[in-house]
Design a protein around this ligand. Structure first.
Ligand code: DGL
Length: 261
């Protein structure tokens, strides 16, 4: 689940690593960007999505959205299955690197919560300096501009604006702390080729695979998993973005009514 199409970056990794798994995706397009909402509203909207997943009796839930991941403690009682979250995965991946200075870009909410620096420091006390930057507009720009050359030029301008200071401070790696950002990873690489990039989605997929294997819950090897997408936003746009991101075996893209706020 995610606030929008950003979670497609997580689906991409799951499909690559576990092609047999069926996936249900929920993107709350009616309420994006989450990162600019107040805390309690994010919890309410997230719990609505958790409830949707619980009704479908999923065997594991991936909180692709970093913003919701910061509030996982206030939401996870709404499902009975194990929950994997992006911030924990991103922090785990960052703490393992042999670097001294880590940068994190995220939504404003994630940045203000200090969730990433706290979790990275918990993993490796005192070893790493963590710089964080909250981007008010980047997720929305990516959500609506993928594949459009003019819009992508705007995305690049925004990336330059947001990253300039941190890169100037000498960060050696950058955690893409919002699911939308890995969708424009190629642009970030082009602008800052020497910067090591961390996509929490890769770590999330590895953690999910390990859990399913240990619990004997993995799909059969020969099976091809289907991907069903639900959105409270624009069905046509989601179908287009899913194709652009290269997602496979889409069994349908369906509208679902949003939480009224
Ligand atoms: N993609 C979401 C995240 O990972 C948030 C984007 C937004 O809705 O602000 O934080």
């Amino acid at each position: 689940m995610d606030s929008g199409i950003g979670g497609f970056s997580v689906v991409r990794q799951v499909q690559q690593l576990m092609p047999g798994e069926d996936i249900i995706y929920f993107g709350d397009g009616a309420h994006i960007p989450y990162g600019n909402h107040p805390r309690q509203r994010i919890i309410d909207m997230a719990r609505y999505m958790f409830g949707f997943m619980e009704q479908r009796r999923v065997k594991a839930l991936m909180i692709a959205c970093n913003t919701i991941s910061c509030l996982v403690d206030a939401c996870e009682d709404a499902v009975s299955c194990p929950v994997f979250n992006a911030v924990q995965a991103g922090a785990d991946a960052a703490s393992r690197l042999e670097v001294e200075k880590v940068g994190v870009i995220s939504t404003v909410f994630t940045h203000n919560s200090r969730c990433y620096p706290t979790k990275i420091q918990q993993n490796s006390p005192g070893r790493l300096v963590v710089l964080s930057c909250g981007c008010p507009d980047l997720a929305r720009l990516v959500e609506h501009n993928l594949g459009d050359p003019v819009g992508m030029a705007e995305v690049e301008d925004n990336l330059r604006l947001e990253l300039e200071d941190m890169v100037g401070e000498g960060i050696e790696c950058l955690v893409l702390g919002c699911t939308h950002y890995p969708l424009v990873e190629d642009r970030i690489r082009k602008l800052y080729p020497r910067l090591e990039l961390i996509d929490p989605a890769k770590q999330m997929a590895l953690e999910l695979e390990e859990y399913l294997r240990k619990e004997n819950l993995s799909a059969e090897q020969e099976k091809t998993g289907a991907l069903k997408i639900y959105t409270t936003g624009d069905v046509q746009e989601y179908a287009l973005r899913a194709r652009q991101v290269g997602l496979k075996n889409i069994s349908g893209v369906e509208y679902y009514p949003p939480l009224k706020i």
